[in-house]
Design a protein. Structure first.
Length: 230
């Protein structure tokens, strides 16, 4: 079933065309990677999908209809998430859950459930400031999942991590994608290959190639090898 459809999406910043008429759709249960070089328009696209940025033109429909506010359905982890380093992981999640209008008891329960899911139960009382990069990103994943979104949007979730953190977060994403539809951006083909079902390659705000990962890789083997962005 189709979850989200984007039609002729355009975003201009003054005279810069950051996104230049993108059209694609995301089916429920898929893990989609958005692959492109720096400045290709990935962050701008994901911000529009998450309802944080108004498109200059074009439309986004969710479950077949144009929603007034799609943010309730979306979990979003920005490229540079900010945490309150003086809080413990658990305090931060409870705080996030209460912002998402869960009552105290639900917030506690949901936080514990997610801490376990992202492998941070043992570290839940430690201050976030002492977490590794991978732990912070896993906490960010838990935060994005707090209100049980139908679509999880992750902007470059592993780009800033060392190899261990990258491994931790990719493994976590592999588990999460069993239950939630995911779109994530990356500039590294290998990350896209590792966990996505579908791939959208964007270049200068426009789609270069898209489709099922295996088909795209097979069909465009030579050109893709040339589009190695790291
Ligand atoms: P990166 O991997 O570097 O984050 P990206 O693929 O996410 O790149 P965007 O951040 O969406 O790309 O940027 C797309 C284009 O829009 C770039 O040319 C960028 O300089 C421009 N841009 C992005 N945000 C703004 C802004 N707030 N004002 C002006 N131009 C912007």
């Amino acid at each position: 079933m189709e979850l989200l459809r984007v039609t002729n999406l355009v975003k201009k910043y003054g005279s810069t065309n950051a996104v230049n008429g993108l059209s694609f759709h995301i089916d429920e249960g898929r893990c989609v990677s958005l692959l492109g070089a720096n400045g290709a328009g990935k962050t701008t696209t994901l911000k529009m999908l998450s309802g944080l940025l108004e498109p200059t033109s074009g439309s986004i429909s969710f479950q077949g209809t144009k929603q007034k506010d799609i943010r309730q359905y979306i979990g979003y982890l920005p490229q540079y998430p900010s945490f309150f380093n003086w809080m413990s992981g658990k305090e931060f999640l409870v705080f996030t859950a209460e912002l998402a209008k869960l009552n105290r008891k639900e917030a506690e329960e949901r936080s514990e459930e997610l801490l376990e899911r992202v492998g941070l139960l043992d570290a839940k009382k430690r201050k976030i400031g002492g977490y590794s990069g991978g732990m912070k990103q896993r906490l960010g994943l838990a935060q994005a999942l707090i209100h049980r979104p139908k679509l999880l949007i992750l902007d470059e979730p592993v780009s800033a991590l060392d190899p261990l953190g990258r491994r931790e977060v990719l493994d976590m994403m592999r588990e999460i994608k069993q239950e939630t539809t995911v779109i994530f951006s990356t500039h590294v083909l290998h990350d896209a290959q590792e966990i996505s079902d579908d791939i959208i390659i964007i270049n200068e705000g426009d789609i270069a190639i898209s489709g099922e990962l295996e088909n795209v890789i097979e069909q465009y083997r030579q050109p893709i090898i040339q589009i190695e962005f790291d």
